[in-house]
Design a protein around this ligand. Sequence first.
Ligand code: ASP
Length: 347
Amino acid sequence: MSKTENKKTSILIIYTGGTIGMVQSLQTGTLAPVKFDKILDEVPELNKFNFNIKTIIFNPVLDSSNVGPSEWVKIARAIEKNYNSFDGFVILHGTDTMAYTASALSFIFENLDKPIILTGSQLPIGTLRTDGKENLITSLEIAAAKKNGKSMVPEVCIYFEFKLFRGNRTVKRDADQFSAFHSVNYPTLAVAGVDIRYSPEYIYYPENKGILKVNTNFDDNVVILKIFPGINEKVFKSILNTPGLKGVVLETFGSGNVPTSRWLLNCIKRAIKKNIVILNITQCEGGRVAMGQYETSLELLSIGVVSGKDMTSEAAIAKLMFLLGQDMSVDEIKMYLNKSLQGEISE
Ligand code: ASP
């Protein structure tokens, strides 16, 4: 047997926090994160894996409402530092902002050729009916899975409730159901039943891999602005006039439509003149922005609003922050917003 064949699979778990590792406070009844050793005690099954599992634990562990760009970078740095020593990475993370973190990580890593699987749970791992055990165990299997010596899923993914999704296509859809996530505009990458069935036709396997690049600059001078019937002129204007604002994810109706009020379109026009990037994303769960299909989106197209096509809002805001953080002109940013960087958009 050659040396490489002999080598035991190694997986790095990065525990950031989330319900999976929370316990209920006896005093207040609220859920708060606990130490990782407690989690391992709850899952003795992990000892049955025939691979090396190491863990890095965030200090402090976080509810994912407190995870943002600096934590995305912290996760990315931990992976970068350990990239060559492990076959795959599992990130335990709260579900609330998991789709944002997964999107951000997908943009951070260029030339990724190992799996980064985010998972968590709706019920703490110490509770009887927890979904955390299955999510963790199957995520580890997926992170370790190889075919002909290469990772089965060399992507940033979310695994939850028997399904593996491309991370930057995923949205948290339910606060109570075990199936907390879905990916409406892109098929699942694998389904776990008796076997884990992968769909290689939907998994990204780049032909010529360069070396791993880790781009960690994000610019947070951005906002997600959801259009609604009766939106107020003063409020809308004041948001677009925020000093230092560089980018807006405009969540519009249907296929990218907004009210045709003159004040609204003029306001957007002025923002674009000031080099603020406006990215049009649909409020619908599925489908895509098609500016010009209706009169109510035609002018957006002509004044220079960028189409986010079928991107999720989570991917869109992470991508906008990422591109604004790179050393690029506004025209370049607009060009890349419209194109797939990491499979987040259908061109
Ligand atoms: N509030 C928790 C978090 O996002 C929810 C969860 O993990 O499911 O950290």
